[in-house]
Design a protein around this ligand. Structure first.
Ligand SMILES: Nc1ncnc2c1ncn2[C@@H]1O[C@H](COP(=O)(O)OP(=O)(O)OP(=O)(O)O)[C@@H](O)[C@H]1O
Length: 341
C-alpha cells in the first residue's frame, strides 16, 4: 500500500544543518496498523508529516496505492490529501464550530452537497461513538471526545490511510485505551491502513501489527510486534520493551527465585503467540508425576497474540522431571532451565 524509498529530510538553520529523517526505507501493507516508535527528537513527527507532504522531502520517494506522492503538484496534492486522513496529539479542532460542523469541514472543502454531507456526518458520529454530542463545542468535550471528533473528521472523505501523530499522548491511560480500541475497530471494520507514531511502547503493544524503531532519523529496527518484543536487537528497542515488560526487574527477581528454590528444576517459559492459550501447566501436572509451583509470571496481549514469561519450579523424581521438561520443550513454548543452585 505504501512504499517509502530513501526518504530524507534535512533542515537548514542559521547555525547548522539537521538531518531529521535519514534514508528511511519501508513497506506498509494494506489494512495493517504500522507503528513508529522513538524518543523525542528521533524524527518521528517529521517522518509522518513527509507522508502527506506537510513537509517536503529533501530526497527519496513515497508511493501510496500506486501514486507517487513526491511528484504531485499543489492541486494534485490537495486531492490526494483527501485520501490521507490525519489525527493530532492536540486534536486541532476549530473551537468556534460544533462537533457536527468540525466533522463536516473536510466534506465542505471537498464540495460534497449539503444533504449528502449531513448524512455522512451522522454516520461518522455514530461510528466514533459521539451520538448525543453533535451540537457541543470542543470546549465542552473531554480529551477523549475531542480525539473522537478528530478521528471522525479524518475519516470523512473515506481515506485510504490514517496517520496518527501521537494521538493518545495528551490523554489519560483509560481514555487512551478507549481511543486505541476505536482505532482497532475502525481498522477492522473499514480495512483502513493506519500509521501511528508514538514514544510509548504500550501503544505499539496494544494495537500495532508491525513496528519500526527510529533513532537519530533512521529506522534502526523493524518487524512484527511480537518478534521485536521477544528478540529486540538494538539497545534503544530493548529500553522500549522494558517500558512494557520491566525485564530488568524481572531478571533480578528471577535470580533471587532460582537461588531460593534449591530442589527440582527452576525453569523459565517464554510463551509466544497462540501457545499461551494452551493449558500447558495443568497438562504437565496431570501427565507427569511432578509438582509444579508457579513462582512468577507476566503474560501480555499484542495484536499478533499473547506473549510473556512464566517462572516455575518443577520437582519430582529425576526421570520424571526430565520427561516433563522434554514434553514442555516439544511444544512451541521456549524453555530455559536455570542451572541448579
Ligand atoms: N522545522 C524545523 N526546523 C529545524 N529543525 C527541525 C524542524 N522540525 C524538526 N526539526 C529537528 O529535527 C529533529 C527531529 O524532530 P522531530 O520533531 O521529527 O522528532 P520527534 O521524534 O517527532 O520528536 P518529538 O516527539 O519531540 O516531536 C529534531 O532535532 C528537531 O529539532
Amino acid at each position: 500500500m505504501i512504499t517509502i524509498k530513501g526518504l530524507k529530510k534535512t533542515f537548514t538553520t542559521k547555525s547548522n544543518t539537521i538531518i531529521a529523517v535519514d534514508d528511511i526505507n519501508l513497506n506498509i501493507n494494506k489494512g495493517e496498523i504500522f507503528g513508529v516508535i522513538g524518543y523525542s527528537g528521533a524524527g518521528k513527527s517529521t517522518f509522518i508529516r513527509l507522508i502527506n507532504r506537510l513537509e517536503q522531502p529533501t530526497d527519496g520517494n513515497i508511493t501510496i496505492d500506486g501514486q507517487e506522492i513526491t511528484d504531485l503538484n499543489q492541486k494534485e496534492l490537495r486531492l490526494s490529501r483527501q485520501e490521507i486522513g490525519m489525527i493530532f496529539q492536540h486534536f486541532n479542532l476549530l473551537w468556534s464550530r460544533t462537533v457536527r460542523d468540525n466533522i463536516s469541514l473536510p466534506l465542505e472543502i471537498a464540495g460534497v452537497p449539503r444533504v449528502e454531507r449531513l448524512e455522512r456526518v451522522e454516520e461518522l458520529i455514530k461510528l466514533v461513538g459521539l451520538s448525543g454530542r453533535e451540537d457541543a463545542y470542543p470546549s465542552e468535550l473531554s480529551g477523549g471526545q475531542k480525539q473522537r471528533v478528530g478521528i471522525a473528521r479524518a475519516l470523512a472523505n473515506n481515506p485510504k490511510v490514517l496517520l496518527c501523530d501521537e494521538a493518545t499522548s495528551a490523554l489519560d491511560p483509560e481514555t487512551t485505551d478507549s481511543i486505541l480500541k476505536l482505532l482497532i475497530d475502525i481498522n477492522k471494520e473499514l480495512g483502513l491502513t493506519i500509521i501511528l507514531i508514538t514514544h510509548e511502547m504500550h501503544v505499539i503493544r496494544k494495537i500495532c501489527h508491525r513496528v519500526a524503531v527510529m533513532e537519530n532519523g533512521r529506522v534502526v529496527e523493524q518487524g512484527d510486534v511480537l518478534d521485536v518484543f521477544l528478540h529486540p536487537k538494538q539497545q534503544v528497542t530493548k529500553k522500549f520493551v522494558e517500558q512494557v515488560m520491566g525485564d530488568k526487574e524481572q531478571d533480578d527477581a528471577y535470580e533471587f527465585l532460582t537461588t531460593s528454590y534449591t530442589t527440582g528444576k527452576n525453569i523459565r517459559l517464554h510463551f509466544i503467540g497462540e501457545t499461551t492459550n494452551q493449558a500447558l501447566i495443568s497438562r504437565v501436572a496431570k501427565e507427569f508425576d511432578v509438582e509444579i509451583n508457579i513462582l512468577q509470571g507476566k503474560i501480555t496481549q499484542t495484536q499478533k497474540g499473547a506473549y510473556g514469561t512464566l517462572v516455575v519450579n518443577i520437582d519430582g523424581e529425576n526421570n520424571e522431571l526430565a520427561r516433563a521438561i522434554e514434553f514442555i520443550k516439544s511444544t512451541s513454548v521456549e524453555v530455559e532451565v536455570a542451572p541448579n543452585a
